[in-house]
Each structure stands twice: as structure tokens, then as C-alpha cells.
Ligand binder design. Structure first.
Ligand code: HEC
Ligand code: HEC
Length: 226
């Protein structure tokens, strides 16, 4: 369990051949996975779970590897190996006492963002005032925070490239030193601005949502949806 937590917080140093950017798992799963957005508390009780992006019932190991391949722009771990075993042990530890139950429904939570229309010029102004000092004027990252776009960031297939997902994360957690101080429209526009920049590609992304049910803010066309 302690080793699993160490892998999640020092991911690149611990598993260099599986990480293709400057992020670590806890860059988005804040407070070692205890923060509400993207929480790992209870995650052990929410899997296996059907997920529309893959169209299959995913194990927790599959879901972990999805974040390795997409959010970390890296490669999957052996699902039966010791690194995965220790990561899952940490999730089980964070989930003790949680009843096995279906997921709470991320899409319902994100629905509030449906009424906003992206304005990347307004987002650029928010970025300069509230984000650049930590994430760099070009989103390239600094010693204090990870890159938000470019070759060392999350790839196109990552959940964070969805503007609603990013807006939800940013509105609850950023600026890191003053979370909750952005208005909803500021959070939405800056999310659109961040995600309008180039980042690594994700091969095979067109095969996502094989049953033709992508959410409206997916950043790329999929084969099953016309
Ligand atoms: C760029 C941001 C980002 C990074 C880095 C990242 N993730 Fe995620 N992760 C997400 C998002 C967004 C979700 C979806 C959250 C939701 O549905 O509420 C997610 C979901 C998950 C889930 C499923 C949670 C659930 O309740 O269904 C697991 C497990 C997970 N990530 C593990 C990892 C691991 C392990 C790493 C490092 C290898 C990692 N993540 C790195 C953004 C990230
Ligand atoms: C005081 C410094 C600071 C400020 C200001 C700040 N952030 Fe962050 N941000 C962080 C830190 C620290 C993390 C987590 C990094 C880690 O632990 O690896 C983070 C993580 C993120 C992430 C997760 C994905 C990634 O690539 O890092 C996003 C997205 C993000 N910030 C967006 C923003 C936006 C948008 C703003 C402006 C509204 C902002 N941040 C302002 C420090 C800051």
C-alpha cells in the first residue's frame, strides 16, 4: 500500500518507461487521491464498471492503465505485476468501509457546463492573470506546477481534454493557492483556452465510444458517431 502511494506520487521517477510526460498521477488526483474531483476514495468499490468510452466492463487495472496511456502519455503496466498490485492495494486502503456500488455519474455532475459557450480570448486573459505564474506563460510548466499543453503534457485521448471535465477540475481546484475564486465562466473559458493548444496525439482515439455515444465536448471525431 505504501509502495503504491509512492508510485502514484513519484510516477515518473519510479516508472520511467511507463510515463511519457512531466505529470504524475497526483497532478490531477490531488491530495494523494483524496480531493473530491477525481477522487480515489471508494474507487476500489466502483470497479469493475461498464464505461462507454471503451464500451466494455473495465477492471480497476484497465482503468489505471487508461490513465497511464492517455493522461500520462505513457504505456500500460502489466495488470498482474507487482506495481499494479501495489497501486490497487493503495486504492483498496483509501476505499475501506465504502459499500460496493455503481459510480455516482460523472456526466450528471458535468451537465452544469452545458450552458456555457467557450471564449478562448477571455480564457487567455484569465490564464495570464491567474495561471501563468505557476504553469508558465506558454503552459510549459515550472518547478512548481506541471505543463498544461505541449509535448510534456497529457495527450489528446485524456479525459482532461474534454472542456467540461477540465472546467470542473479547474473551478474546484485552481488556482492551486486560491481554489474556488474563479467564476464559472472564467473556469470554463480558461479550460477551453488550455485545451485549444496542441498536445501529443493518442493513437486509436477514433475507436473511442464504439457504441456511438460520445459526450458533446470530446475533442476529436470518433468512428461510430456521425
Ligand atoms: C491529466 C490529468 C490526469 C492524470 C495525470 C491522471 N489522471 Fe486518472 N483520471 C483523470 C480524470 C479526468 C479522470 C475521470 C474522473 C471522473 O470521472 O470523475 C480519471 C480517472 C481515474 C480513475 C477512475 C476513477 C473512478 O472513480 O472511476 C483512476 C483509477 C485513475 N484515474 C488513476 C490514475 C492513475 C493511476 C494515474 C497515473 C498513472 C492517473 N490517474 C493520472 C485525470 C488524470
Ligand atoms: C500557485 C500555483 C498554481 C496556480 C496559480 C495554478 N496552478 Fe494549476 N496546478 C498547480 C499544482 C501545484 C498542480 C498539481 C501539480 C502536481 O502536484 O503535480 C496543478 C495542476 C493543474 C492541472 C492538472 C493538469 C496538469 O497538467 O497540471 C490543471 C489542468 C491546472 N493546474 C490548471 C490551472 C489553471 C487553468 C490555472 C489558472 C486558473 C491554474 N492551474 C493555476 C499549481 C498552480
Amino acid at each position: 500500500m505504501r509502495r503504491g502511494r509512492a508510485l502514484l506520487t513519484a510516477t515518473r521517477d519510479s516508472l520511467p518507461s511507463h510515463v511519457g510526460n512531466k505529470l504524475r498521477c497526483t497532478t490531477c488526483h490531488l491530495d494523494e487521491g483524496r480531493r473530491e474531483t477525481g477522487t480515489w476514495v471508494g474507487v476500489f468499490a466502483r470497479y469493475p464498471q461498464y464505461r462507454p468510452r471503451s464500451g466494455v466492463v473495465e477492471t480497476l487495472e484497465y482503468r489505471v492503465n487508461d490513465c497511464f496511456r492517455r493522461s500520462m502519455n505513457g504505456t500500460a503496466l502489466d495488470p498482474a505485476g507487482p506495481d499494479m498490485r501495489d497501486i490497487v492495494a493503495y486504492f483498496a486502503f483509501l476505499s475501506r468501509g465504502v459499500t460496493v456500488s455503481p459510480p455516482a455519474g460523472a456526466s450528471a455532475r458535468l451537465q452544469k457546463w452545458a450552458t456555457f459557450t467557450a471564449d478562448t480570448a477571455a480564457g487567455a486573459r484569465v490564464f495570464a492573470v491567474s495561471c501563468a505564474k505557476c504553469h508558465g506563460a506558454l503552459g510549459e510548466g515550472t518547478a512548481g506546477a506541471a505543463p498544461l499543453w505541449g509535448p510534456e503534457s497529457y495527450n489528446v485521448g485524456a479525459g482532461m481534454t474534454r472542456v467540461r471535465t477540465a472546467a470542473e477540475f479547474i473551478s474546484r481546484n485552481m488556482p492551486f493557492d486560491a481554489p474556488g475564486t474563479l467564476t464559472d465562466s472564467q473556469a470554463f473559458h480558461v479550460a477551453a483556452y488550455v485545451n485549444a493548444h496542441p498536445r501529443p496525439d493518442y493513437r486509436g482515439k477514433e475507436n473511442d465510444w464504439p457504441n456511438g455515444d460520445p459526450p458533446p465536448d470530446v475533442a476529436y471525431p470518433t468512428r461510430s458517431h456521425h
